[in-house]
Design a protein around this ligand. Structure first.
Ligand code: OSB
Ligand code: MG
Length: 376
């Protein structure tokens, strides 16, 4: 295939209001500000990506503003240096820039979509995915009361979600989960602490062991891999790492140390689909289950998550819930539908969904266009 000659890159800045605020141990989200990246090639094919960093550096150090700075001032110029033969080259080309994985991923994802469309493949096929439908779970934010939490869970269980994830923090953990387990004895349940605990809490976290949780996600520090290994030795609930994982090597270190038994893959956090696939392939070989995390994405990011989840080792339901769980109207059509806990993988090429420009423009607050000038 001829190399991709990028003609222009368009950065659409959007602000979308969440239907309901989403609360975690580190803060509450009311709306989502992010970029849709659009990469246009010499034939007029368009590839789309989404940036996932939030406005505040609570979950990770990247923010909407750092994404913009790094994308505009460093990454786009690197893409304009030379044509691209395969999306894997983007990761190599971006390696000169340290970290800033969410900024990198926003562009890399658009190039994967573009590459798949040029190749007349779905993004799932281009990545090597084989599932035609994926199982999904849902992540539930911290609620005002246990009663309300149980009501919310009840609704999602009735909708068919395959696994319920409950956000926890000190003071909203063991007792809440025990009550939930009592009400839902046969539902797959897990807890996400978003780094709210330390090794001093080992005895407290041991109290989760008899609740048959599928896993506890990121109990300890966001930048730790070592202490999680100490914790995992002391508790029977499987530990899953989220915030601590930024690369294939982080996964390798965590697996070699025994820091976790499960990996949450977020495409943005690890710098793109190429790195996600590398992590997937290693976990498949090591027998480590993986699942696809979420960053409250709009439709384009959601479509990328669906495609990634079609890879074999995504054996646990992810956080890719229906568009309607987050947004009154999404930026893609059709929007992402969940049918009894399952998403049917679209069969159109690339991400498999069309951009709904009317909706996208209704959320757009800024647009920047960059024209390619190849330097060699
Ligand atoms: O830790 O997985 C997380 C939302 C924002 C920031 C971090 C996390 C989350 C979620 C929700 O759990 C995932 C989603 O529904 O997109
Ligand atoms: Mg998490």
């Amino acid at each position: 295939m001829n190399p991709i000659q990028i003609k222009k890159i368009i950065l659409h800045k959007l602000v979308m209001k969440l239907k309901d605020p989403f609360s975690t141990s580190f803060g509450t989200f009311q709306d989502k500000e992010f970029f849709v990246t659009e990469v246009v090639d010499e034939n007029g094919f368009q590839g789309f990506g989404e940036s996932v960093a939030f406005t505040s550096p609570w979950y990770s150090e990247e923010t909407v503003k750092t994404n913009e700075h790094v994308i505009c001032d460093f990454l786009i110029p690197l893409l304009f240096q030379a044509p691209i033969h395969h999306p894997d080259e983007v990761t190599t080309r971006f390696a000169i820039i340290r970290r800033n994985n969410m900024a990198k991923s926003a562009l890399e994802g658009a190039i994967w979509d573009l590459f798949a469309k040029r190749s007349n493949l779905t993004l799932s096929e281009a990545l090597g995915g084989r599932k035609s439908q994926i199982d999904v779970g849902i992540s539930i934010g911290i609620q005002p009361s246990v009663k309300e939490l149980i009501q919310v869970i009840e609704n999602y269980v009735l909708e068919g979600y395959k696994r319920i994830k409950i956000k926890i923090k000190p003071g909203w953990d063991v007792d809440v989960l025990r009550e939930v387990r009592k009400q839902f004895p046969n539902t797959a349940l897990m807890a996400d602490a978003n780094s709210a605990y330390t090794l001093k809490d080992i005895d407290h976290l041991k109290r989760l062991d008899d609740l048959q949780l599928t896993m506890i996600e990121q109990p300890l520090a966001h930048d730790d891999i070592y202490d999680h290994a100490k914790l995992q030795k002391e508790i029977t609930t499987p530990v899953c790492l989220d915030e601590s994982i930024h690369s294939f090597d982080d996964v390798r270190h965590a697996v070699e140390l025994g820091s976790c038994k499960i990996i949450n893959v977020k495409i943005g956090r690890v710098g793109g689909l190429t790195e996600s696939k590398k992590i997937h392939d290693y976990c498949l070989q090591q027998g480590i289950p993986v699942w696809c995390g979420g960053m409250l994405e709009a439709g384009i990011g959601r479509a990328h998550n669906i495609a990634l989840t079609t890879l074999d080792q995504f054996v646990l339901p992810g956080d890719t819930a229906a568009s309607s769980r987050y947004w009154t109207k999404d930026i893609i059509e059709p929007e992402v539908l969940v049918d009894n806990g399952v998403i049917h993988v679209p069969s159109k090429t690339g991400i498999g969904f069309d951009v709904n420009w009317t909706n996208l423009e209704s959320y757009r607050v800024d647009k920047q266009i960059f024209h390619a000038k190849y330097t060699n």
